[in-house]
Design a protein around this ligand. Structure first.
Ligand code: UDP
Ligand code: MG
Length: 312
């Protein structure tokens, strides 16, 4: 039995050696063989050289180095593609995903759960941040067909079956949280106490979180498009009612010129509605554009995998 750990790393020189230590300690306690796949997502600090050193001293360490920063989604995808384990665990490089949970995850996975998911609580998180996150999850839940839960991230163990299912999805715009939920299979959730980063800084800014949030909604369905149709239909009904009302009043009372406010109001309102709708359509067209180009998700610059898979 082989356990693979996939760890995406981007500028993690401050913490990666410690992560390696804790992860390998946790994995060596388990029955069966293991491999640790560190995916260096185009780090600009010493991450790559640290990984190379680790790989030289420990045969369990595999690394894949990208030619530039392709983002965590691509890094996870690469790690999953290279993983040959019967069970694959995906975790962050900053020890926010405690390796000591892996034993428990493995026990459930061996019981037959295809996805063992670790859910964190929000202790120690900034109040405002968690408020936004919670509201976001509630909104997304309503807007999309997939189920997303607050506190559930990428930290999970996948069976071979679940992993292969994930790898059949080759879309360019990847939103893992949604993909994980889309594939289904038997799931088990375990809980853990939230942790802060062991060292280094978070790569997320408020702006990138907003972009990520929009991606989450748009990459999973076309409900926003349908929403535009509903708004349009609603506007048409309202204007028809108003038109009839106006027509009747003209017939009975004659033309009554003042109407500056209503005119400006309608122009602004519908201008806004139209712009938003065009924007939403544009987002989808943009996604189709990227999707049809079929560019690879990442380019590998260096790796110690010998069966060096082609850049996909
Ligand atoms: N990460 C990555 N590529 C990126 C950004 C982040 O591989 O472009 C990795 C990062 O090294 C870490 C994980 O994704 O292992 C989560 O990142 P981070 O800790 O910054 O996010 P947070 O925990 O704050 O959500
Ligand atoms: Mg983190």
């Amino acid at each position: 039995m082989l356990i693979s750990a996939v760890v995406p790393c981007y500028n993690e020189e401050k913490v990666i050696a410690l992560t390696y230590k804790e992860l390998s300690a946790a994995l060596s306690d388990m029955t069966g063989d293991f491999e640790m796949i560190f995916v260096d997502d185009g780090s600009r600090d010493g991450t790559r050289s640290i990984l190379k050193e680790l790989a030289e001293s420990d045969a369990h360490v595999k690394y894949i180095s990208f030619s530039r920063n392709f983002g965590k989604e691509s890094a996870m995808l690469a790690g999953m593609r290279y993983s040959s384990g019967d069970y694959t665990v995906i975790m962050d490089a900053d020890l926010q995903h405690p390796p000591e949970l892996i034993g428990q995850m493995l026990a459930y996975a061996r019981e037959g759960y295809d996805q063992v998911i670790a859910q964190r609580n929000r202790t120690g998180d900034k109040k405002l941040g968690s408020f936004f996150a919670r509201s976001y999850y509630r909104l997304v839940d309503r807007l999309t067909d997939v189920e997303l839960t607050d506190g559930i991230g990428d930290f999970r163990m996948l069976s071979r079956k679940a992993l292969d299912a994930l790898l059949t999805m080759n879309e360019y715009n990847r939103f893992s949280k949604g993909l994980f939920s889309w594939i289904g299979f038997r799931e088990k959730i375990i809980h853990y106490e939230n942790r802060s980063r062991a060292a280094g800084e978070s790569k997320w800014s408020f702006r990138s979180l907003i972009h990520y949030g929009v991606d989450g909604v748009l990459s999973f369905n076309n409900k926003p498009l349908r929403f535009c149709i509903f708004i349009g239909a609603f506007a048409i009904i309202i204007s028809l009612v108003y038109l009839i009302f106006l027509f009747i009043s003209i017939v009975f009372k004659g033309i009554d010129l003042p109407g500056y406010f209503t005119t400006i109001f309608t122009i602004c309102l519908f201008g806004g509605v139209q712009l938003i709708s065009i924007g939403i359509v544009g987002e989808y067209v943009g996604r189709i554009y990227y999707e049809v180009k079929r560019r690879p998700h990442y380019l590998v610059d260096e790796t110690n995998f010998d069966n060096s898979k082609e850049n996909q």
